[in-house]
Design a protein around this ligand. Structure first.
Ligand SMILES: *[C@@H]1O[C@H](CO)[C@@H](O)[C@H](O)[C@H]1NC(C)=O
Ligand SMILES: *[C@@H]1O[C@H](CO)[C@@H](O)[C@H](O)[C@H]1NC(C)=O
Ligand SMILES: *[C@@H]1O[C@H](CO)[C@@H](O)[C@H](O)[C@H]1NC(C)=O
Ligand SMILES: *[C@@H]1O[C@H](CO)[C@@H](O)[C@H](O)[C@H]1NC(C)=O
Ligand SMILES: *[C@@H]1O[C@H](CO)[C@@H](O)[C@H](O)[C@H]1NC(C)=O
Ligand SMILES: *[C@@H]1O[C@H](CO)[C@@H](O)[C@H](O)[C@H]1NC(C)=O
Length: 674
């Protein structure tokens, strides 16, 4: 079994540390608390603000200070085309001086209506990074609309430009400077009181992707850069591994910031998560298990967050297996898993059958073609040589990812066989960098009975107090039963056929049927990841910038792209609720941000109003609800595992829904057809 010695040591240290804490010590330890000598700390922990039941997930900002409006895409949006080439092909002029910006009249998005060039606010569907103008309007908007409307921020890495331009290579110093710049934007936007939980991306280090075990100058530097975010008692572990956790609602809800680079198989300086090893990836898994066990013991819930998603195409196999093992064994403690890196909006499952099918030696041949773009075959291909851009997470590998998801969703066991305890949902958010259109997510979670006050009495789910009722675990049937029956008859693909491997063999010890025998497994249909209760994720609303390519000096506006909610969850139950004081929690999206919103719709009718006025309001109302239909394709009750399974089934059955899902994978750019 796993390196128990190391595990025990880490576990012992942490357990002793937490056991030794007296209640009065908690002031130093809980919350987004920082060094207690830091004056900022006191304001952060002492100031209470009412919870809004929302948080922001933002990822892959990739600011590029060298971005130039009017530059060619081939130059990475760094150099303008030769003047005499304007109506030609817009070839890169490597020798062009950067000084001739002024008076250069290449100010349309196209040279002679042919080659696209860098736009003023960014370049949608390009390989260019994010101009400062886009960084600015993004944070300006977040400050105006969300700074007072969210409870915390999850921020999953990649805060430097890519290395796509050989003439302007990145330097470690530039990468740190850009990271500092984004930190100051975050603090300016959300203030020093709001918990912010950053995690490290594969482009936040030089060279990209490769990070050795700490302590190192990189972990030291990030400890400095993120000193306002990393709890002081987490500093030592952070120096070693660049991971930590933060209690965003003290004693109730924590966010674990994972360093996924130790698990990422493009990181050639580490060797996966081998048992009996001191690999930094294995030590991080040991740490993670201790974190989960401690949070669980305290009756808390946890969001997992990190840069590279736990996909078998990205992780070392044994890391993928161990992550999946923890995700399933702590299903009653983890409310969700949030990642970035891919730039593609999607979700996927980690489940027992798939973990069982993951072979340590040879990949499943039936999956080889579809996983190849995100798998090892292309990753070492020539297109990546000398390029910092991991192109396959961009547009070229996108279609295969789509095929893989369709296959996966289609092969899920039928509702009467599937056990929800065997599933975990991984959410991957789109990026700010306009690989497609820029996107950000606002999650909504249940705050019934939850206040920011750590002393309040809440009817929380507490792990272990509710019996783990396995026999009741079968998926609950909803209104979609009839349609779902169709898939039930389908024969599963790779998922069910394999005989169980011998647990005595070292290569099998991370397989679920082997670990589940020896390690506790915590799940319950009463946990927040399985049923709607305090801290359950209720949905998310995604905002995007579809007009990014406009050249006007007026900045493009962030808009709702879609939300997971039903239309009726987005509006007050009656006009009398329009001031929202009587709702159990704020609406997912402030009304004025919804398309077609008009305050008149939610103003109780005035007796004196004429027929004409009422008709006008009725027309506005009709239009508004039509718009709401458009942004609510999934109509989920909440983001519990069962509802994700239902969504996956519906996606396979309903072609229209699948087409919509495909479209939003590319942030509605329609750049890849389903
Ligand atoms: C850049 O200048 C060098 C000599 O200084 C020349 O050999 C090369 O052809 C030039 N490249 C371009 C694209 O003009
Ligand atoms: C972005 O905002 C900063 C101030 O926060 C300002 O100094 C900078 O000039 C702005 N850049 C652009 C391109 O708007
Ligand atoms: C994978 O691709 C190769 C060639 O591109 C093809 O010959 C093979 O049949 C494919 N395998 C599967 C399982 O689709
Ligand atoms: C939150 O959970 C409680 C159950 O504990 C439920 O009654 C309530 O409706 C939920 N709130 C929302 C907004 O779904
Ligand atoms: C809303 O308020 C009006 C008076 O302001 C009242 O007549 C009506 O019954 C109320 N509706 C509901 C659903 O409470
Ligand atoms: C909100 O509505 C409730 C009942 O409809 C009313 O009692 C309260 O005064 C309103 N609050 C505000 C700020 O308008």
């Amino acid at each position: 079994m796993r390196s128990y010695l190391v595990f025990a040591l880490v576990g012992l240290t942490l357990t002793v540390a937490s056991a030794a804490r007296s209640p009065t010590d908690q002031e130093h330890f809980v919350g987004p608390s920082l060094s207690s000598t830091n004056p900022v700390t006191k304001t952060r922990t002492n100031k209470k603000r009412p919870l809004k039941g929302r948080f922001l997930h933002i990822t892959d900002i990739h600011p590029d200070p060298n971005y130039k409006t009017g530059a060619t895409f081939e130059s990475g949006c760094h150099r303008k085309p030769k003047k005499d080439d304007k109506k030609g092909k817009g070839k890169l002029d490597e020798n062009a001086s950067d000084d001739d910006d002024e008076g250069d009249e290449v100010d349309a998005n196209h040279i002679g209506n042919k080659e696209p060039v860098a736009g003023k606010w960014g370049s949608g569907i390009s390989d260019c990074d994010t101009p400062m103008s886009l960084v600015n309007i993004t944070f300006d908007w977040l400050k105006k609309e969300w700074a007072n409307e969210v409870d915390f921020v999850i921020w999953t890495g990649d805060n430097a430009r890519h290395d796509i331009d050989r003439t302007q290579p990145r330097t470690p110093r530039e990468i740190f400077t850009l990271n500092r710049m984004v930190v100051s934007k975050m603090l300016d936007t959300f203030g020093a009181d709001l918990p912010i939980v950053p995690s490290i991306g594969n482009n936040d280090i030089y060279p990209h992707n490769v990070l050795a075990a700490g302590p190192s100058h990189i972990t030291e530097e990030f400890l400095q850069i993120w000193k306002r975010f990393i709890p002081s008692d987490a500093a030592h572990v952070f120096e070693r591994g660049a991971y930590y956790s933060q209690e965003v609602i003290p004693d109730k809800l924590a966010v674990i910031s994972l360093n996924t680079l130790f698990w990422y198989d493009s990181n050639t300086l580490v060797d996966g998560c081998g048992d009996h090893s001191n690999d930094p990836g294995a030590l991080e898994m040991d740490w993670l298990e201790v974190q989960l066990a401690n949070f669980r013991q305290r009756g808390m819930q946890v969001w997992m967050s990190g840069h590279v998603p736990p996909h078998m195409g990205h992780y070392y196999d044994n890391c993928y297996l161990r992550y999946g093992d923890l995700a399933l064994r702590y299903q009653d403690t983890i409310v969700g898993h949030l990642f970035g890196h891919m730039n593609i909006d999607h979700f996927f499952f980690i489940d027992v059958d798939e973990l069982e099918a993951t072979s340590m030696s040879q990949p499943d041949p039936s999956l080889q073609n579809v996983t190849a773009p995100t798998g090892p075959r292309l990753r070492h291909g020539p297109e990546l040589q000398g390029s910092g851009r991991y192109r396959i997470q961009g547009r070229s590998g996108a279609q295969s990812l789509q095929a893989e998801l369709k296959k996966d969703f289609g092969e899920m066991p039928g509702p009467r066989i599937l056990k929800l305890k065997d599933y975990a949902v991984m959410n991957v958010a789109p990026s700010v960098i306009p690989t497609y259109y820029p996107g950000i997510r606002i999650f909504t979670y249940n705050i019934t009975g939850v206040s920011g006050d750590r002393l309040d009495e809440v009817l929380f789910y507490r792990g272990g107090e509710v019996p783990e009722d396995e026999d009741e675990d079968l998926e609950e049937q909803g209104e979609d039963d009839d349609k779902i029956e169709v898939t039930k008859k389908r024969k599963g693909g790779h998922r069910h056929s394999k005989p169980k491997d011998d647990c005595k063999l070292p290569q099998n010890e991370d397989k679920p049927h082997c670990t589940f025998k020896t390690k506790p497994r915590h799940y319950s249909r009463h946990s927040p990841s399985r049923s709607n209760r305090p801290l359950t994720p209720l949905g998310y609303s995604q905002f995007y910038l579809p007009t990014i390519d406009q050249q006007s000096s007026h900045p493009p506006q962030w808009e709702v792209e879609y939300t997971t909610f039903k239309a009726k969850s987005l509006v007050p139950p009656s006009p009398n609720h329009s001031n929202q004081t009587s709702l159990t929690q704020p609406l997912p999206v402030p009304l004025h941000l919804l398309p077609g919103y008009d305050p008149a719709i939610f103003t109780p009718p005035n007796d004196g109003e004429g027929k004409k006025a009422r008709q006008k309001v009725a027309a506005k109302k009709k239009k508004f609800y039509k718009q709401l239909e458009k942004i609510t394709p999934f109509r989920m009750n909440d983001l519990t595992i069962g509802n994700y399974i239902k969504l996956a089934r519906m996606l396979v059955i309903e072609k229209k829904l699948w087409n919509k899902f495909s479209e939003i994978m590319w942030v509605s750019t329609r750049s890849v057809l389903p």
